[in-house]
Write a protein that binds this ligand. Structure first.
Ligand code: 6PG
Length: 474
């Protein structure tokens, strides 16, 4: 018997993906560096479908139907290269390697081009949804050649999440496009999580609500336009009580957020592409600040606001909901701008509406709201920003007074809201008919003769600041 597809790397994601394939009736070859893992998978879950265990790479590759489809689910970076080096010599032209890890898209581009020379398709694939998603239906973002998608697409779509019958999987674009989009997905995930954390902090410390009460607020929000997986699990986490102490779980967790790097990559890449993604950047920085224990300890006696009489009205949770929704729209607008810019830079031709479509289910940022984004790109695929889509313009317009008020209250009370603040600053920057960038240009011309352009004439100008200040055209 031959397997339709094989999975090597049977840690929890690989294991669950293999089970998902088997449960959908696809015979799946399974392999792991240490074969105890392969055995335990088959022992425990062999009844779920057809597993073909292999204890050597040769047997594994030998058990695959041709062209071979081989999924690697190992750690990004060195381990991924090691596995590719191990398996690539065993493959033939036309075979496909799917990398389902959280690889850096630049690595994926390099690997794709090296394997393409040998006729092997390398398909860098973003997979989101964590352990549960991998098992029950993730959101899948495959890059690589269009030809490889013909052979892989039906399988991947079959095991992906479905929303209204539509699979949360589509061919994103060539070479590193899939991993690029997964990276931005994670950047947006960071921003979303930060905005939710700020909302919680305000409800707790400005409105004085207890975690269990805040859980109720999030539960209510989850039934409305903010309805999403992240809001849903936020309520669960906030409602949870620590068994050992009887205290709210959120109070016994060390307040230092960790990260594996995809959010940081999103920001680094955005800097290279020249795309402003303040919402994502502040989310990465907020985690970073939280982790600087020494710095925070040294700062404990820095003075806070001398007055804390900011007025928190009865309707404060509703105002926070508006601030959260408006900030969220901005964060997504920034993330989609980055995808648009990456697509243009690398010639990927990514369909932005399709990305919103495959994020509606399966992934960590799945949300009701993504249907709105899909609709916005359907109405105008070329829109420079989601903010000008009529639905979002109206939503932000309606939210903005509350949004501004919430940020003002936070500032007066000394509660940090970097995500809310940067989102509003971005919004106001885009709206502004004139920005003080004109002054920046004047300063640059003054100290470095860096020149400027004028509003009323074409050309490049320099003022002789050190002499008689006449204007020249260098
Ligand atoms: C997903 C998640 C997944 C993972 C991140 C967490 O889409 O399923 O994004 O990729 O949970 O790696 O990232 P941090 O450890 O950096 O928070």
């Amino acid at each position: 018997e031959t397997a339709r597809i094989g999975v090597t790397g049977l840690a929890v994601m690989g294991r669950n993906l293999a089970r998902n394939l088997a449960r959908h009736g696809h015979p799946v070859a399974v392999h792991n560096r240490t074969s105890a893992r392969t055995r335990s998978l088959v022992d425990e879950f062999g009844h779920e479908g057809t597993f073909l265990p292999a204890d050597t790479p040769e047997k594994f590759v030998g058990s695959l139907e041709r062209p071979r489809r081989l999924v690697i689910m190992v750690k990004a970076g060195g381990p991924t290269d090691a596995v590719i080096d191990e398996f690539a010599p065993l493959l033939d032209p036309g075979d496909m390697i799917v990398d389902g890890g959280n690889a850096n898209f630049a690595d994926t581009r390099r690997r794709e081009s090296a394997l393409r020379e040998r006729g092997v398709h390398f398909v860098g694939t973003g997979i989101s949804g964590g352990e549960e998603g991998a098992l029950h239906g993730p959101s899948i973002m495959p890059g690589g050649s269009a030809a490889s998608y013909e052979a892989l697409g039906p399988l991947l779509e079959d095991i992906s999440a479905k929303v209204d019958g539509t699979p949360c999987c589509t061919h994103v674009g060539p070479d590193g496009a899939g991993h690029f989009v997964k990276m931005v997905h994670n950047g947006i995930e960071y921003a979303d999580m930060q905005l939710i954390a700020e909302s919680y902090d305000l409800l707790r410390h400005a409105a004085g609500l207890a975690p269990a009460e805040i859980a109720e607020v999030f539960r209510t929000w989850n039934t409305g336009r903010l309805g999403s997986y992240l809001i849903e699990i936020t309520a669960e986490v906030l409602a949870h009580t620590d068994a050992a102490t009887g205290r709210p779980f959120v109070d016994v967790v060390l307040d230092q957020a960790e990260q594996k790097g995809t959010g940081r990559w999103t920001v680094q890449t955005a800097l290279d592409l020249g795309v402003p993604v303040g919402g994502i950047a502040e989310a990465v920085f907020a985690r970073s600040v939280s982790g600087h224990a020494v710095l925070r300890e040294a700062s404990q006696n820095l003075p806070g606001p001398s007055r804390n009489d900011a007025f928190v009205s009865f309707g404060f949770p509703e105002a926070v909901e508006k601030a959260l929704y408006a900030s969220k729209i901005v964060a997504y607008a920034q993330g989609f701008h980055e995808i648009q810019a990456g697509s243009a830079e690398y010639g990927w031709n990514i369909d932005l509406g399709a990305m919103a479509t495959i994020w509606r289910g399966g992934c960590i940022i799945r949300a009701r709201f993504l249907d709105r984004i899909r609709a916005a790109y359907e109405a105008d695929p070329q829109t420079p920003t989601l903010l000008t889509d009529p639905h979002f313009t109206e939503a932000v317009g309606d939210a903005q007074d509350a949004w501004r008020e919430v940020i003002a209250i936070a500032a007066k009370l000394g509660i940090p809201v970097p995500g809310f603040s940067t989102a509003l600053a971005y919004y106001d920057s885009l709206r502004a008919p004139r920005l003080p960038a004109a002054l920046t240009q004047g300063q640059r011309d003054y100290f470095g003769a860096h020149t400027y352009r004028r509003v009323d004439r074409e050309g490049t100008f320099h003022t002789l600041w050190g002499a008689d200040r006449t204007e020249t055209t260098p």
